[in-house]
Design a protein around this ligand. Structure first.
Ligand SMILES: [Zn+2]
Length: 479
């Protein structure tokens, strides 16, 4: 029997730096969905990777005294290690320096040319080398500095190939309105539609002065623009990997700053090629750290690795997705992660598991291995709601529900009924109270698995052997 497929991607991250908490956020969310659908029996393909071409990389490599390839080879392990530490179970790690990818990109660009969607034009403008992007004068700080890099732009003229995006507006709007291409959240979809309605400019998709990239087919003076090369990874992967994903992708996850490329340029390229657009593009928001924009110059960029080392992968996964709705901007800090670790995890879930199993053991109670849905009416509705939250990428609500409907009531029941006193004269009721908690824990174990795979695994063992061990040990503060 053919399983229903699910192809999910993160962006391939630009490899000029080490991964930060924003990269981790997108990747954790993708991992949750991949694990969730795998558990439901779908054939999941989850891909992440790195974007390795372009002038910024060449420049950084030169500064480091390395060739670009040496330089990117040295950074790939940093991403892989971060994902391993965060328990990310991806199927492939895509690198744009993959030779097969480079060949397919050239074939595709050639096809765009043949279909009449490319045109060579002279272009002059103000250019930031670091962004690899032209700016309008009013976009610059004091008329001369790149708003991103605060470095001086240069006046620059070159011949480029332009992708005739302006020709594709109507088709693009049609795909979005019919739902063939879904864009989420809804507010972002409306932004994209109004952008298209206000008119799309053709975009330059080649560079003359950049050597570190894929040579433009039929014109060796030019290099394929790094963004075109990068976006195509989602599609070339379906040709490269045996038993790999099949097109169209079900879901591209990304941060809101690159939604324009993913919701406009990318589907337009596919439409021009008579290839289906991805089924859904979903943009999440940005983090502030303690209320401030995360930036290198402020020095508040959160590195996920030390947080994982201190609090554990599951606590970081939980805190990031629990703190605010996926799709909106929100605030995060180490303090917030620490609070979640203590209140929701150690005192909430950890305590529930520990005392339930301890008392079952101590009082030698016989409990049945039944999950909650068999014990209490209404539990099924909560489960349905939690599933629908996950499927709609509403992770914070899903986690809120798990804590509200399963963990909190169980802990409250124990506090209220005090089994340690009840056992003295009512064995039956003591068993019933702890059966309720035990069944809840079986349900919790199943439902938190995509979010907290390591914890779910530990819980499963403990529930089977009924031997309690701390799930979330106290954090030792380093002096
Ligand atoms: Zn710049």
């Amino acid at each position: 029997m053919n399983k229903e497929k699910f192809y999910i991607t993160t962006p391939i991250y630009y490899i000029n730096d080490i991964p930060h908490i924003g990269h981790a956020y997108t990747t954790i969310a993708a991992d949750v969905l991949a694990r969730y659908y795998k558990k439901l029996g779908r054939e999941v393909f989850f891909m992440t990777g790195t974007d390795e071409h372009g002038a910024k990389i060449a420049e950084a490599a030169e500064k480091a005294g390395k060739s670009p390839k040496e330089f990117v080879d040295g950074l790939v392990p940093k991403f892989k290690t971060a994902w391993e530490k965060l328990n990310i179970e991806y199927d492939e790690f895509f690198r744009t320096t993959n030779k097969e990818h480079e060949k397919i990109v050239q074939e595709i660009v050639q096809k765009l040319k043949e279909k009449g969607y490319l045109e060579k034009r002279e272009y002059e403008g103000l250019y930031c080398v670091a962004c690899e992007k032209f700016y309008m004068p009013d976009e610059l700080i004091k008329g001369k500095l790149c708003p991103d890099h605060k470095r001086e732009v240069i006046k620059y003229k070159e011949e480029n190939y332009f992708f005739l995006l302006s020709k594709l507006s109507e088709k693009l709007i049609d795909k979005i309105k019919t739902g063939e291409l879904k864009i989420g959240p809804e507010t972002r979809k409306n932004e994209i539609l109004s952008k298209i309605n206000s008119g799309l400019d053709d975009v330059s998709i080649s560079r003359a002065a950049v050597d570190w990239g894929i040579p433009f087919p039929g014109d060796p003076e030019q290099t394929v623009y790094v963004w075109v090369d990068a976006l195509l990874n989602y599609y070339t992967a379906t040709k490269i990997y045996k038993n790999g994903p099949s097109w169209p992708a079900d879901l591209h996850l990304l941060a809101k700053d690159i939604l324009w490329f993913h919701a406009i340029v990318w589907p337009a390229m596919l439409i021009a090629l008579d290839i289906k657009p991805p089924k859904m593009v979903f943009a999440h928001g940005f983090f502030t750290v303690d209320g401030q924009k995360m930036s290198k110059s402020i020095g508040n960029v959160l590195d996920p690795i030390p947080l994982v080392d201190k609090y554990g992968a599951d606590a970081v996964r939980y805190a990031l997705l629990r703190e605010f709705p996926f799709g909106q901007d929100g605030d995060i800090s180490e303090e917030k992660i620490a609070q979640r670790h203590t209140s929701d995890l150690a005192n909430g879930l950890g305590n529930l598991l520990n005392r339930t199993l301890s008392m079952i053991n101590r009082y030698e109670l016989k409990v049945k291995d039944e999950s909650m849905k068999l014990v209490v009416d209404g539990a099924k509705d909560h489960q349905k709601e939690i599933h629908s939250f996950i499927e709609n990428l509403n992770f914070s609500e899903a986690l809120f529900d798990i804590w509200t409907f399963y963990i909190k009531p169980s802990n409250e029941l124990i506090d209220k009924e005090k089994p340690w006193e009840l056992i003295k004269n009512d064995m039956g009721k003591t068993t019933a109270v702890l059966q309720y908690c035990y069944s809840n824990l079986i349900s919790i174990q199943e439902i938190i698995y995509p979010f907290m795979p390591e914890t779910a695994e530990k819980m499963k063992k403990q529930l089977e052997t009924k031997k309690p061990e701390p799930l979330f040990p106290r954090i030792e503060e380093k002096q």
